[in-house]
Ligand binder design. Structure first.
Ligand SMILES: Nc1ncnc2c1ncn2[C@@H]1O[C@H](COP(=O)(O)OP(=O)(O)OP(=O)(O)O)[C@@H](O)[C@H]1O
Ligand SMILES: [Mg+2]
Length: 300
């Protein structure tokens, strides 16, 4: 596996960013993934879903995982969450080996996963209550997190009374209320419209700045990955494996305007090369079917 800083010769890394990368590298390791492998039963003659995946994530780092559809991103995230056993290899969170779900890992999925029969506040109180906290302190905890995600005025609503973006904000509050070491997010904004999605990205960065939490965020949207991440883990398929880990040379705080900066575009170009390599013969291999009424001319 290669680790790379994608920067053409004519671009510099800002001194602030250089310092930030150095300071991240010196932090404690929160997540260690070593030689992770995944096969599902009955697929012995095919390449494994995940081959041999190893990487580390430092405390308060924001990592995005990107790769083509079907390359094993969700499978990997479920393994890190302890929802899916490893065929081989090991996952450690804050030094402890993962053998099942645990409060040290919060999860947010693309599908809305709130309990529909509980109010927003009770959804967020659920984790602290399960952990044995009293009703009053769980409620205070829930209100604090709901304020952080900007939903202090919707605490008594039910999930079906909320928009998609609001539901995901509650899901984030619910995950954070357990004080996880790491937040594992699987395309959490994938079902939202473009404008809400971009608002949610800014919102997530703001929350991450204010909370001591490490984030591993799966997406297949290149702009989203560059906008959010310190480093991007790029996965390839058959078997799912790391193609490259890219340090994102874009200053923080991030803004939408940076999407046109040479640094942002340099990373985007590299991601495009890795994920969507140009195949000039791809169209030739498609079956040739013409659908035109008799007498009409289809464009050549
Ligand atoms: N329970 C299962 N049994 C057998 N195969 C599975 C199972 N779960 C996932 N797979 C296979 O593993 C591969 C990776 O799936 P996964 O959902 O992890 O991909 P992904 O990268 O998250 O894709 P997407 O971007 O579309 O969400 C797919 O080929 C899928 O069919
Ligand atoms: Mg997926």
């Amino acid at each position: 596996m290669e680790e790379a800083l994608v920067l053409p010769d004519y671009l510099d890394l800002s001194p602030e960013l250089r310092k930030r990368f150095e300071s991240i590298a010196a932090r404690e390791t929160i997540l260690e993934v070593s030689h992770l492998r995944k096969e599902f039963p009955g697929m012995e003659n095919r390449p494994p879903i995940l081959g041999d995946i190893s990487f580390e994530v430092k405390r308060r780092e924001f990592i995005c995982v990107i790769g083509a559809s079907g390359c094993g991103k969700s499978t990997m995230l479920r393994m890190l969450g302890g929802l899916e056993p490893c065929t081989a290899g090991e996952v450690r969170v804050s030094g402890k080996s993962v053998h099942g779900p645990g409060a040290d890992r919060g999860m947010v999925f693309q599908e809305y996963t709130l309990f529909p029969w509980l109010t927003v506040k009770k959804n967020v109180m659920f984790g602290p209550r399960m952990a044995g906290q009293g009703r009053d302190s769980s409620e205070a905890e829930a209100l604090q997190w709901l304020e952080m995600v900007g939903l202090a005025d919707r605490v008594d609503a039910y999930p079906n009374q909320l928009s998609g973006g609001m539901k995901q904000r509650v899901a984030i509050a619910r995950a954070l209320a357990n004080y996880p070491d790491i937040l594992l997010m699987d395309e959490p904004f994938g079902a939202l419209d473009a404008q809400t999605r971009s608002q949610m990205q800014r919102h997530l960065l703001q929350i991450w700045r204010n909370v001591d939490v490490t984030i591993l965020f799966v997406t297949h949207d290149l702009d989203e990955a560059i906008f959010l991440a310190d480093r991007i883990v790029v996965l390839g398929a058959h078997p799912g494996r790391i193609l490259e880990i890219i340090q994102v040379p874009v200053d923080r705080p991030r803004s939408q305007a940076q999407a046109l900066s040479p640094h942002f575009l340099a990373v985007k170009k590299r991601l495009e090369q890795l994920i969507h390599p140009e195949d000039p013969d791809a169209v030739k291999s498609l079956p040739m079917i013409r659908m035109a009424r008799v007498g009409t001319e289809a464009e050549p």
